[in-house]
Ligand binder design. Structure first.
Ligand SMILES: [Zn+2]
Length: 260
């Protein structure tokens, strides 16, 4: 065996470095999800993953908290909890979530939309702009919104009711001419049972004093950024609640009522 010559060694070192970079990029572009939407539908609300763990996998995202105690918003690395009384709190790293979707947000496409539209109009418009509906997208929309409607849900008691039951007591909030950010994801139709097919948006105001799960909006002018990924990392909880639940049921119509 001949010894590796310096030039070869340099090339080898360079390609190892490239391989390390490629690996790094792939890791940081992944959509990271803990638990499944069907687990929430079945009332699996025990928080299993800490916010600290989530932050290692994304700086942007949505979800909920232990016992379904409010709506989660992650934006620019900060995580917030919108409580059922409408207040917004900073979330400690040791708080736990039963369901969350996060990503390191890095826009692949950015553009401005203008002209009045509601939430259905917004979703149709975004759909027409997507390169494919068979990928995941982080969606970030900034603007001053003429009208926003959000909701939050209060902490549930055991034995936990399913999500369709729990949201019957949701608190609704309405805001007009509010500046802030709509944060969310678009998932492909084939994620049925795992995530919410289509769009799932949360909102937080620029002053971080209002927000929640987005139920309706009116948009005039806003800047939109899309971050596409085909890399999906799903982490299943090891809790008894998750492991014992029937997670294969068809919740499509209930899910539509609960989340839209
Ligand atoms: Zn939500």
């Amino acid at each position: 065996m001949s010894p590796i010559r310096p030039a070869t060694r340099l090339l080898l070192g360079f390609s190892l470095l490239l391989a390390a970079c490629a690996h790094h990029d792939r890791r940081t572009d992944a959509l990271y999800q803990t638990s499944t939407i069907n687990a929430l539908m079945e009332g699996v609300y025990d928080g299993t993953e800490t916010i600290g763990e989530l932050k290692r996998n994304g700086d942007f995202g949505i979800g909920t908290f232990h016992a379904l105690d409010g709506e989660m918003i992650g934006l620019d690395g900060a995580f917030y909890q919108v409580k059922a009384d409408g207040t917004v709190r900073d979330v400690a790293d040791d708080a736990r979530t039963p369901f969350a979707v996060v990503k390191f947000f890095s826009a692949d496409k950015a553009f401005t939309i203008s002209g009045s539209r509601d939430m259905a109009g917004l979703m149709r418009e975004l759909d027409a702009l997507l390169p494919t509906r068979n990928a995941f997208y982080g969606v970030r929309i900034e603007g001053t919104f003429p009208w926003i409607q959000t909701r939050s849900v209060g902490a549930q008691r055991t034995p936990y009711p399913g999500l369709a039951e729990a949201v019957k007591n949701q608190a609704l909030f309405e805001f007009s001419h509010i500046r802030g950010t709509i944060i969310g994801f678009r998932s492909p139709d084939f994620v049925q049972g795992i995530n919410l097919p289509g769009y799932h948006f949360h909102f937080i105001s620029q002053d971080r004093k209002a927000g929640g799960h987005l139920l309706g909006c009116r948009i005039e002018t806003a800047s939109v950024a899309l971050d596409e990924t085909g890399d999906f990392h799903l982490v299943l909880p090891r809790s008894d609640g998750f492991r014992r639940s029937d997670l294969g049921r068809d919740h499509r119509s209930e899910l539509d009522t609960a989340e839209r």
